[in-house]
Design a protein around this ligand. Structure first.
Ligand code: PEP
Length: 253
């Protein structure tokens, strides 16, 4: 037993009106029963955070945002500051999702600034790293992961890194239906943990939770979660329906 509490997170991306988001949340509240040995997180779009936060009152399900800005306030039209998310009850914020790196110009530098800002407010970043298909085929997977970790953790203290949740999300597996095999995922997770031990310390490396993300479904969650270094899942498509997300949260392993 690793002693790391599994964390199952649903990333609702740019789906759902406020009413739809609250309706899904109500279904999850009715469907998920196992909270003693796993943590459950949902990441609705910004517009639904407030309503979902209210609907979560009294539930162990925790709230995440999908992104933030690094400044605490200012003339940044369209952006959301970490303190605003904390004010709504967000315990987690997803940082560096590949869709943000790919479509919105997010870089290791901007990701690092977000990490610093979130940690300063005691919000837990869920930091996403992962290689593209071209990078995997070129044998560059581990180097890419190492570079992304170095960039995101630049200047952070061991104690701060220890508070982060990581998500290994191979870009070629996100939304494609092509899940990494449990062996591919385990190799990447073990590599990440080794890097953290080298760069920081064993306590950080052994304590940090590393989620797998990329076409996690009810049919593959159990074998993924059986891997020793997989501590949870970051789920996109299959978190949009209560039945599939409830089954994922109820993984057996
Ligand atoms: C994601 O958005 O982080 C993700 C893993 O999506 P999907 O589960 O749809 O591949």
């Amino acid at each position: 037993m690793s002693g790391r509490m599994p964390l199952m997170a649903g990333n609702w991306k740019m789906y759902f009106t406020v009413g739809e988001a609250v309706a899904l949340l109500e279904e999850l509240k009715g469907g998920i029963s196992r909270f003693d040995d796993r943590e459950v997180v949902v990441a609705p779009p910004f517009t639904a955070l407030s309503a979902v936060a209210s609907a979560l009152a009294g539930s162990p399900i925790r709230l995440a945002a999908q992104n933030c800005h690094w400044e605490s306030q200012g003339a940044y039209t369209g952006e959301i500051a970490p303190a605003m998310l904390k004010d709504l009850g967000c315990r987690y914020v997803i940082v560096g999702h590949s869709e943000r790196r790919q479509y919105f110009g997010e870089t290791d530098g901007s990701i690092n600034r977000k990490m610093v800002a979130l940690l300063a407010l005691e919000i837990v970043p869920i930091l996403c790293v992962g290689e593209t298909l071209e990078q995997r085929q070129a044998g560059e997977t581990l180097r890419i992961l190492a570079d992304q970790l170095t960039g995101a953790f630049e200047g952070l203290k061991d104690e701060e890194v220890g508070r982060v949740v990581l998500a290994y999300e191979p870009v070629w597996a996100i939304g494609t239906g092509h899940t990494a095999t449990p062996e591919q995922a385990q190799e990447a997770h073990a590599f990440i943990r080794d890097r953290l031990a080298d760069r920081f310390n064993n306590e950080v490396a052994n304590g940090i939770r590393i989620l797998y993300g990329g076409s996690v479904k009810p049919e593959n969650v159990d074998t993924l979660m059986a891997q020793p270094d997989i501590d949870g899942a970051l789920v996109g498509g299959a978190s949009l329906k209560s039945a599939s997300f409830v089954r994922i949260v109820d993984f057996v392993g």
